[in-house]
Design a protein around this ligand. Structure first.
Ligand SMILES: Nc1ncnc2c1ncn2[C@@H]1O[C@H](COP(=O)(O)OP(=O)(O)OP(=O)(O)O)[C@@H](O)[C@H]1O
Length: 125
C-alpha cells in the first residue's frame, strides 16, 4: 500500500516536471534556440554516422545545457520574485547563474568540435 502511494507520488511529480519542461520550451527563447541546435546536432549525428560513444557525449552535452538553462531561468524567476527592484546582489546572483550556463555552453562547443572536426576534415580530403 505504502509502495503504491510512493509510486503515485512519483507519477504526480513526473507530471509537474513534464509541465515545467513544456513551460520552458514554450516560453524561454534561450531554451528554444538550444532545442533547435539540439535537433540540428542530432541531424548532423545521423548524417555523419557518429559512433555510439560520440552519441553519448552529444546527448549528455545537449541535456546538460538545456537543463542548466532551465535552472538559470528558475534562479532568475526567484531573484525577480524575492527582489523585483535593482540590487547589486541580485545582479551578482543572475550573473553567476548565467556564468554556469556559459561554462556548459563552452564545454558543449568543445565536445562538438572534438566530434565533428575529424568528420569534416575527412569530407574535405
Ligand atoms: N534586479 C536586478 N538588480 C541588479 N542587476 C540586475 C537585476 N536584474 C537584472 N540585472 C542585471 O542584468 C542582467 C540581465 O538580467 P535579466 O534578468 O534580463 O537576465 P537575462 O539573462 O537577460 O534573462 P532572460 O534569459 O530572461 O533574457 C543580469 O545578469 C544582471 O547583471
Amino acid at each position: 500500500m505504502a509502495f503504491r502511494k510512493f509510486l503515485y507520488g512519483r507519477w504526480i511529480g513526473a507530471g509537474y516536471a513534464i509541465k515545467g519542461a513544456w513551460i520552458l520550451l514554450k516560453t524561454e527563447p534561450s531554451i528554444q534556440v538550444q532545442a533547435v541546435i539540439g535537433v540540428i546536432m542530432t541531424a548532423a549525428g545521423i548524417l555523419f554516422d557518429i559512433t555510439q560513444t560520440e552519441w553519448l557525449f552529444q546527448i549528455v552535452a545537449i541535456g546538460m545545457i538545456m537543463s542548466l538553462e532551465g535552472l538559470n531561468t528558475a534562479i532568475e524567476a526567484i531573484a525577480d520574485f524575492v527582489h523585483p527592484d535593482f540590487h547589486v546582489k541580485i545582479g551578482l546572483i543572475k550573473d553567476v547563474a548565467a556564468g554556469a550556463v556559459f561554462i556548459t555552453a563552452v564545454t558543449a562547443i568543445i565536445i562538438g568540435l572534438i566530434i565533428y572536426v575529424p568528420y569534416i576534415m575527412d569530407l574535405l580530403d
